[in-house]
Design a protein around this ligand. Structure first.
Ligand SMILES: C[S@@+](CC[C@H](N)C(=O)[O-])C[C@H]1O[C@@H](n2cnc3c(N)ncnc32)[C@H](O)[C@@H]1O
Length: 343
């Protein structure tokens, strides 16, 4: 394996380390004793072994996974990250269950990384075609690791290697048996922030144009304010080391992206901001009524540094923009609007 450098991972044949990172965070969250706030992705804990942790050894999550859960849960950065992944996993799991109940027969997981839904939802998906799409190095690594741990791959699962920034999505999907007239759920979890805006637009336009109406796309995304704010807090976005060469570069224009998605052919649904009371109510409330991360919020408030008397002007503006936008990181389920299918 080639060492980390400045080239993109796709060219270097390394698996995406952010894909390992987020799976490691789900693995951590799956060890939570309180089932109300436990990450349902316990399979991530099987897939993330010592070799995978070695690939993210410069991130605190790799240590957290080798520690006692309660001890590691005293680290605010770990808990906030695990809380975000808890909401993300459950929001998308619910979208998957809803889509299949409403008649989706194809599930396309874009930038799948270590996604385990083809396995966790084996029964629900038994009559569906599942296609995992990813860049070749990550997909090759994931397939090998899944075979090592679980031996068999589900019969209804197909893999499709694509570079979203270079290749044509539909061309790749059709090669592996995608049927454009079947209702489809696309999952785009933790991916669009890593892509150039032109690639995000092209992917969304392609999906809107070539999917049967009523197909859905569930995703999480930052807005442009969030990307700007990240420049003031280099350890944001999960503290991804710059040496991994996987920076967040794309944020949707506007507060919650609704207009952006509508222009590209989708009903934007009801975007929900991360860390919002709505998210805590849905996924982050413990059996005793407290919130998942309450203990670290208290800790953070006690330790809050005195703000500089004169904060940098750009930061002040960005903070005002966050308040105006209602958040920087969102989840939504888009629906393909009805239109004549193009050939
Ligand atoms: C943060 S990981 C998310 C993985 C997975 N969706 C999850 O949430 O566990 C980002 C994923 O996007 C994929 N990705 C990033 N840029 C890509 C590109 N240009 N083409 C294809 N896949 C890409 C990576 O390979 C990786 O699997």
């Amino acid at each position: 394996m080639i060492a980390a450098g400045t080239q993109s991972n796709i060219e270097e044949e390394l698996p995406s380390r952010t894909s390992i990172l987020v799976a490691a965070v789900r693995a951590f969250g799956s060890r939570e004793p309180d089932e109300n706030v436990r990450n349902p992705d316990s399979m991530a804990d099987l897939l993330i072994g010592p070799s995978e942790l070695a690939l993210i050894s410069d991130h605190a999550v790799s240590t957290a996974l080798t520690q006692d859960y309660r001890e590691a849960s005293q680290n605010p950065a770990i808990v906030l990250f695990a809380g975000l992944m808890l909401c993300r996993t459950r929001f998308i799991d619910e979208s998957l269950e809803r889509a299949v109940k409403k008649g989706a027969t194809q599930v396309v997981i874009l930038g799948a990384g270590f996604d385990t839904r083809a396995y966790r939802f084996g029964e629900l998906l038994k009559h569906c075609r599942v296609i995992e799409v990813d860049a070749m190095p990550t997909q090759t690594y994931k397939k090998r690791r899944v075979r090592e741990v679980l031996q068999d791959l589900p019969k209804n699962l197909t893999y499709c290697a694509i570079d979203f920034a270079k290749d044509d999505l539909m061309h790749g999907l059709h090669r592996v048996g995608f049927k454009r007239d079947e209702k489809t759920l696309y999952i785009w979890e933790g991916v669009c922030m890593y892509l150039p805006e032109s690639s995000v637009r092209k992917m969304l336009q392609t999906i809107a144009l070539h999917s049967t109406s009523g197909s859905t796309l569930v995703l999480d995304y930052a807005n442009s304010v969030g990307i700007e704010l990240g420049k003031f807090t280099p350890n944001s976005a999960g503290g991804i080391p710059t040496s991994w060469a996987e920076p967040w570069i794309f944020g949707v224009p506007g507060a919650n992206g609704s207009e952006f998605f509508r222009e590209l052919g989708f009903d934007p649904g009801v975007p929900v901001p991360a860390y919002s009371p709505e998210m805590v109510r849905r996924y982050g409330t413990r059996q005793d009524g407290t919130s998942y991360a309450a203990h670290v919020f208290e800790q953070l408030q006690r330790q809050a540094p005195t703000p500089p008397e004169v904060p940098p002007i750009g930061l002040l503006e960005a903070q005002k923009a966050v308040t105006a936008a209602g958040g920087v990181y969102w989840f939504t389920e888009l629906t393909v609007m009805s239109k004549p299918l193009e050939s």
